[in-house]
Design a protein around this ligand. Structure first.
Ligand SMILES: [Fe+2]
Length: 348
């Protein structure tokens, strides 16, 4: 993860860059352009950079925002929305860092999440549907172009896999049974010594920020990587859905979101397609047919066909403005600190 202060400065530097481009002016701080460029500075090196700290940081944020207010009429609606979405996406990244921190660092008030997860799976009949953004609001380049996809019938869980179900997999020796894991997944499991999801304790608790709580069986399991999701699905005699199956199934659900907006500091009972937790899919991240980068290839194109897996939905740590059924998130298959779980699919 990046230092929190780097994330904050990067949000401002990204805004500085795009607003100065749009308004035709100079960067406010040319000297910071490289420090806050995500491509020039790999995450592993960011702790050693000379990024702004202490009073300098809020001063810079305020100066950038001031200039944005003054130049706002020159900023196109797409770029303005992109800057907001970018800031919100980094807010979620910062919450991942805070959850990763040692106890005692960050102590939010957690809200309880009553309710039950709907059981079972439902059948989606064979169908052709339009995958991707319909073009009536903001969308990233990777959500376009919308195109027709033919899907055979499939069954998909009504809710993401719960803590309760995942605990059965753990108790059944799921982390010790080689046959349930892919070759890459098993190698990763062995080298990292994984025995349960990140933040679960050997005593049956789960750490959320600074405290260890009893595991709540109705909540979606989170902080499992793609490989763990895959192994669970195999154990259950199921598989992960493709991202097209996920989006097709989400179309049948009303748009009621789970617990978004970051203020509950945890998910609600497993259920909604968008909200509570991100969901791993079986699909490798790639461009849709006819993809064109916009407004810059470094947002998504440079990640295509490099082993990243698509995640769909949104988590409790996602701002509602970012959450939509066509949104495509992606990450490395071994990544566990993101607020991600999964649901299973099956052939009928
Ligand atoms: Fe960024």
């Amino acid at each position: 993860m990046s230092p929190l202060a780097w994330d904050l400065g990067h949000i401002a530097a990204f805004e500085d860059l795009w607003v100065s481009r749009e308004a035709g002016g100079e960067l406010l701080r040319e000297d910071l352009a490289t420090v806050y460029d995500a491509f020039e500075t790999p995450r592993a090196d960011r702790g050693d950079l000379r990024f702004l700290r202490h009073d300098e940081l809020p001063d810079y944020l305020e100066a950038v925002r001031d200039r944005t207010r003054r130049a706002f009429d020159d900023v196109s609606p797409f770029i303005a929305e992109m800057l907001i979405q970018h800031e919100h996406q980094h807010n979620e990244t910062m919450l991942q860092t805070l959850q990763l921190a040692e106890p005692g660092v960050y102590s939010p008030e957690l809200r309880p999440a009553p309710g039950t997860a709907p059981p079972g799976a439902r059948l989606v009949e064979a169908d052709s549907f339009e995958l991707g953004d319909a073009g009536d609001g903001f969308a990233y380049d990777n959500e376009r172009p919308r195109h027709s996809v033919e899907l055979p019938a499939f069954r998909i869980d009504r809710a993401p896999v719960t803590n309760g179900a995942f605990a059965e997999f753990v108790a059944d020796g799921g982390y010790a049974r080689r046959e349930l894991w892919s070759g890459e997944g098993w190698a990763q499991r062995e080298s990292e010594g994984w025995e349960r999801p990140l933040y679960w304790t050997a005593e049956g608790g789960v750490r959320r920020f600074d405290r260890v709580l009893a595991l709540e069986p109705e909540l979606p399991v989170m902080h499992v990587c793609f490989y763990e999701a895959e192994a669970f699905a195999r154990w259950r005699g199921a598989r992960l859905p493709s991202e097209a199956e996920w989006e097709r199934a989400a179309l049948d659900e009303d748009d009621a979101h789970g617990r978004l907006e970051q203020l509950d500091f945890g998910p609600g009972p497993a259920g909604p397609f968008v909200g509570d937790c991100w969901e791993w899919t079986a699909t490798e991240f790639d461009g849709y047919p006819g993809f064109r980068p916009h407004p810059y290839p470094e947002y998504s194109q440079v990640f295509f066909r490099s082993g990243f897996r698509v995640l769909r939905g949104a988590s409790w740590a996602t701002r509602a403005r970012v959450a939509r059924r066509t949104f495509r998130n992606w990450d490395r298959p071994q990544r566990r600190q993101i607020f991600a779980g999964f649901r299973c699919a099956e052939d009928p």
